[in-house]
Design a protein around this ligand. Structure first.
Ligand SMILES: [Zn+2]
Length: 76
């Protein structure tokens, strides 16, 4: 039988994945249900913002390709 281990995010020592508390630093490594819900929401918002950003960047790079020069081209 193999016990799966994970690395403690606080002290970086290996601990049993099933153990909610790290035996080395005694910190809780289990994410509470309420925080997990919040994390899911934040990830969803982050993905939305990422899509929005990609769309805006695409629009911006399209605008940059205009044939007429900006203020830089006026002097020369
Ligand atoms: Zn630890």
């Amino acid at each position: 039988m193999t016990t799966s281990t994970v690395r403690c995010p606080f002290c970086f020592s290996e601990k049993e994945a099933a153990a909610p508390v790290c035996p080395t630093c005694n910190r809780e490594t289990e994410i509470p249900a309420s925080l997990r819900k919040e994390l899911e929401d934040l990830i969803r918002i982050r993905d939305q913002l990422r899509d929005e950003l990609a769309e805006k960047e695409a629009r911006l790079s399209m605008g940059r390709g205009r044939p007429t020069g900006g203020p830089d081209a006026a002097g020369a």
